[in-house]
Write a protein that binds this ligand. Sequence first.
Ligand SMILES: [Zn+2]
Length: 257
Amino acid sequence: MHPLDLIILYGYPPLPSHYRLILLTAYNSEPQIMVQGNSARRKELAAGRRQDCKDEIERKKAGAARVTPAEARARLLDFGTKNSAKSSMIAWSVNPTSSSASCWCAAYFRDGACPRGKRCKLNHEESIAHLACPSAVFAETLPALVRGQLEAVQAGGKLVYNSKLRTQRREKSSLYFVEYNNALVFDAENPQCFEQWAAGVTMQKKPEEDNDNAVDNATVGDGGGGPDIKIHIGPAPLSKNERRKMKKESTQSKPPK
Ligand SMILES: [Zn+2]
C-alpha cells in the first residue's frame, strides 16, 4: 500500500484541509489515466462502427456479388413466387439435430468423387455432383446438411449486437446451397454461383422489362435502370408514358424467344 493511502485513510498525521486536497489529487492520478484509456477505447469502438457502416454500404452496392444468404434466399423465393417455381427450389442447410462429429466430405458432396478415396474419414453419403455449377474453391468439410424446401428453411445470419465489440456482427448462416432447375443457384462458399443466376435472370427479363421491374432490381443491385434509360432515349424529349409505349411496341416487333 502506498504511504499516501495510509495518510488519507487514517488522517494521520493531522493535516490542514488544503493539504488533504493535494494528497487526494495525487492519489487520483491513476484513475485519471484509466479515464483516458476508456475514451481512447470509445473512439476506437466508434471508428469500428463507422467502418462497419461503410462496409455494409459497400457490400450492398456490390449487389448480387456479395449478397448475404438471407438476401439470396429472399430473392430466389421472390423469383419463385413470380414464376410459380417456389416448390422446386431446394435448400441444403445445416442439420440442427446432427452432432458435429459427423462432418461431410465437401469434395464428395460437390464432385461425387473424393481425392482421398477410401481413406477419407468424412461422410460420403450425399452428393450434388449432378447439378450444373461454376467451379469453386471450398473448405474440406461441410457440416451435416439436410435437404428441404427453400421456403421452409430460415437462412439465419442475422446482424446481432455484440456487447464486447459494441456493434453488430453477422451470425453464421445455416443455408449452404440452393438447387433449382438442375443447377446450383446458391453456394455459400462461392458468391459467383448466385451472381451467375441473378445475371441470367436479368438477361431473361430484359425484353419485357418495364419500370416496375427496374425498381425491383434496384433493391438488390442498387442503381438499376441506368443503362435502360440510355437505350430507350428518343430523338425528341418524350413523356414517360410515350416512352413506355414505344418500348412496348419495339419489344412486340421482336420475334418471340
Ligand atoms: Zn472424402
